[in-house]
Design a protein around this ligand. Structure first.
Ligand code: C2E
Ligand code: MG
Ligand code: MG
Ligand code: MG
Length: 278
């Protein structure tokens, strides 16, 4: 029995910890050079204004098709890319592609306000990042004041000189900032008015529970009020039902994004979706 228990213990260790580490190392290796090999593509998901249904921001989301043909999800590879530093090359690629795509849609006469790109904390810590962003807009012919960067609360924790200088450059060029997944991070609300933030995106985990839990309803309401008190536009993410949409609209939430409107789509499909709404 002792022997069996020992084996089971080993088995448990093997399946969880060791297996996780092994998978992580393998993913990290696969990620290296994936940008150069052309394994990433972007999909796009719009945000709609609840008052009139018009398209606001279009968010670019990364997808990874590995050499072996598997499609991998950002939740799986972004954290690893952040740890290995590969996210810097990936982020540069994503920004450039998103601006090029936005420019093409604009040339096709499609109406939307801005293109949004997710930015990780590591990118923001790079002193060259802000100037690279401006240079990418210039190179791709996309107006800086039609670009939005989505950052998380945790990115703002390090109140560094780099961050201040970057945000000053963003402000000068009209580059918008949105706080993504708002409510999930450490909310030191004091930071909100110190940075040129324009949007708060309420995390999906709150929105998905709105219909079921009364305190969630109060929570989203509080975020909407807070956002408005600070002069920000509030966006709900992960809206999947008409009921959620109605509740958010009643609370004065400004914009919504989610499967109720569309899943993230490849560039040409999103263009069709935009056309079909005219
Ligand atoms: P996010 O920026 O908060 O993006 C929203 C996520 O929610 C996306 O997942 C989107 O597909 C998903 N979503 C949207 N509407 C719904 C809905 O109604 N229901 C449900 N269940 N999900 C919905 P995705 O594309 O898997 O991306 C996950 C996260 O990965 C993103 O969360 C973002 O933090 C990160 N990410 C994606 N692309 C990039 C990138 O280019 N750079 C960086 N740094 N992070 C990225
Ligand atoms: Mg986002
Ligand atoms: Mg989000
Ligand atoms: Mg989210």
């Amino acid at each position: 029995a002792a022997k069996d228990a020992g084996r089971n213990t080993y088995q448990f260790y093997n399946d969880t910890f060791y297996e996780k580490v092994r998978r992580r190392v393998a993913l990290e290796q696969e990620l290296r050079g994936a940008v150069e090999r052309g394994e990433f593509h972007l999909v796009f998901q719009p945000t709609l204004r609840l008052a009139d249904g018009r398209v606001g921001v279009i968010e670019a989301l990364m997808r990874w098709r590995t050499a072996s043909g598997e499609l991998r999800n950002p939740a799986e590879f972004i954290p690893i890319a952040e740890e290995s530093g590969e996210i810097l090359a990936m982020g540069r690629w994503a920004l450039e592609q998103a601006c090029r795509q936005a420019r093409r849609w604009h040339e096709q006469g499609l109406a939307f306000e801005r293109i949004a790109v997710n930015v990780s904390a590591l990118q923001l810590r790079d002193p060259e990042f802000a100037t690279q962003v401006v240079a990418t807009c210039q190179r791709t012919g996309w107006a800086t004041d039609r670009l939005q960067l989505e950052i998380t609360e945790s990115s703002l924790m390090a109140d560094s000189e780099t961050l201040r200088r970057s945000f000053e450059l963003f402000r000068r060029h009209g580059i918008g900032l949105a706080i993504d997944d708002f409510g999930t991070g450490f909310s030191n609300l004091g930071y909100l008015h110190r940075f040129p933030v324009r949007h708060l995106k309420i995390d999906r985990s709150f929105v998905s529970q709105m219909g079921e839990q009364a305190n969630m309803l109060e929570l989203t309401h509080a975020v909407v009020s807070l956002g408005h008190a600070l002069g920000l536009s509030v966006v709900a993410e992960g809206v999947e039902t008409e009921a959620q949409q109605a509740l958010l609209k009643a609370q004065g939430c400004d914009e919504a994004q989610g499967y109720l409107y569309t899943r993230p789509l490849a560039g040409p499909e999103l263009a069709d979706w935009l056309r079909s709404r005219r």
